[in-house]
Design a protein around this ligand. Sequence first.
Ligand code: ADP
Ligand code: MG
Length: 721
Amino acid sequence: MDWDTDSRLAGPIGKKAADVLAPLGLETVGDLLRHYPRRYVDRGRLTDIAGLVPGEHATVVAQVEKATLRDMRRRNGQMLQVVIRDEKGGQLDCTFFSPHKVRRFIHPGVRAVFSGKVGTFNKRPQLTHPQFEALDETDSLRPFLSVYPSSSKITSQEIARSVRLALEQIDDPTDPLPEALRQRERLPELGRALRRIHVPESEADIHAARTRLVWDEALGVQLALALRRHDALARPAPACPSTGGGLLAAFDADLPFPLTEGQEAVGAEIAADLAREHPMNRLVQGDVGAGKTIVALRAMLQVLDAGKQAAMLAPTEVLAAQHARSLRGMLGALGRAGELDAAGNATSITLLTGSMGAKVKRQALLDAQSGAAGIVVGTHALIQDTVGFADLGLVVVDEQHRFGVEQRDALRARGATAPHMLVMTATPIPRTVAMTVYGDLAVSELKGLPRGRSPVATTVVPLAEHPGWIERVWQRIREEVERGHQCYVVCPRVGGTEKDEPELEEPPKDDDAGDDRRPPLAVLDIAPMIDEKLAGLRVGILHGKLPSEEKDAVMRAFERAELDVLVATTVIEVGVDVPNATGIVLLDADRFGLSQLHQLRGRVGRGSAAGLCLLVTEMPAATAARERLDAVASTTDGFELARLDLELRREGDVLGSSQSGSRSGLKLLSLLRHGDVIAKSQVYARDLVESDPDLHEHPRLRDLVGETLGDEERAAYLDKA
Ligand code: ADP
Ligand code: MG
């Protein structure tokens, strides 16, 4: 035939029909065929009008007998009163309140599917504003009606008609999936799957077609990641085998505690990776407080022992500064090169942040460039863009959830040899997300917490029901301080006059939250109130807008216990480690994302005393926001929370912009439901890329990669190949 999936729609279905579809972003036959039905109406499950039960949901097929426009008595405007009759003669009233929207489709003689909740009016059953789909002649023969995502300009049935026309006009497209794979997984051919997902004969048809099309999407993503991974691994990297002596050995000998089993195990994996001549690309995920910093430091020391430099990237200046301090603390004399009491083979740790004074910064840059700085700690942006290293062997990225795929690539692209890369995340990632979003990385799980950790008790403080409980919150803070401990009070915003940059991870939208909520509480706005409520305590304020010396000074004062309470924004979310802090109060807790709440809670319970986390909210019970808070209170298991988070979030948010753009081909793939297919397709993709690194012998699969990803990604991957 003349047309295939790449043809513009005007050819097979005519210009007029094609023009109507264009606003939906459907331009080619392939676009239209990948515009899958949202749901199906199973005609075997239709209800007869005579058998309708008020209060139940019903779907009926019936013909419009009468359609009358009436003025509404109590309100301005009109309504459309419709009488419909089914094949068995049963009659039913339907009422539509915005007649101008439906009049075009509903007039006597039209057959349609109507569905909605059955109500009663004047003792007769009726449907109020039911959903409806007009049917044409051929529809009556089909066991399933396909219902498409549509718009006010085009109905589902018009889309269905164009789809059927297009299907008649083309031959089955060539199948990108190799025959052997299809057979092994019992997947129908592409052409059959496309025909069946649009025009199914049975539920089994729908299921088989969907599974097949999900495979296309999963495999497309996994091939892209496998290509990326192969590309990264193929580069040369400086081999840094463990020397058995040097800084690492000296450090280990002086450790005040034994490493946990998890730290040993992950440490061994990393040590082996670093010894290779190809770059390590490893993600270490371990729950808050699992002890990732030491794992990273030991990796850096192995690299330093091989004569290379290491860089550590943190998402915020506060965290970068703290990392630099704690690395210096852990290394002791081993980290004081150039100072009088330094150990013989000592290295030095250089901090580099955007807001440092020009002179200090210049010196830091020089030290990185000359190699005088063994370890450079800084914020992502800065190290990426401005620092030249004498001989960079390892990049450690802390807190991956703030660090995107693109940035990872930017780092890799630095020089002729790629540095080893160690990515650490404290937000446990469900397996399917790890495979999809970080599928180009090897994953290590850092299991278990160091001994002597104390449990954190989490309580929701529901001010909607118990406004007086806020006083008890301040009281609890005083009690912690009286016992010699410290507390955090966290607000969603900084406040003040300027527009706030949101430091918040967007929580899932709450349908029940409404738009008219007051703005979230701000640190600067509540400071006077805190002064009053916590009078007599030493209170410090920390937020992203403070000059960095001031941030540093506040953080240091808190670390030295010169402050009792730190009122802060989410700048303290990641990494901040003050074991004497035992209480954390999250105000407007419902404004934070789930993993953010978990991170924040991880700031306490780090020492020997039990931790306390109070989630203060004004959201009423039984809202989605409260459910989220109850979830956080119900478990301290980060993995369980990550799974809940995935359920509460839209998937697009998880996949990130690069993989869920409007033009991307991910329509059916669900990280929740398709873990199995994702896992299998990852194995398949990696094997395939191993044997055919640029998919030379599988051009159709290369096309599939292109279809699955957005345009930009496509350019990035495929132009290389
Ligand atoms: P995270 O994994 O959240 O980044 P950190 O690396 O900040 O955790 O470690 C949290 C605390 O646990 C630090 O004070 C660190 O010194 C301590 N720690 C790390 N490993 C051990 C261990 N094996 N035994 C005891 N304490 C440890
Ligand atoms: Mg950390």
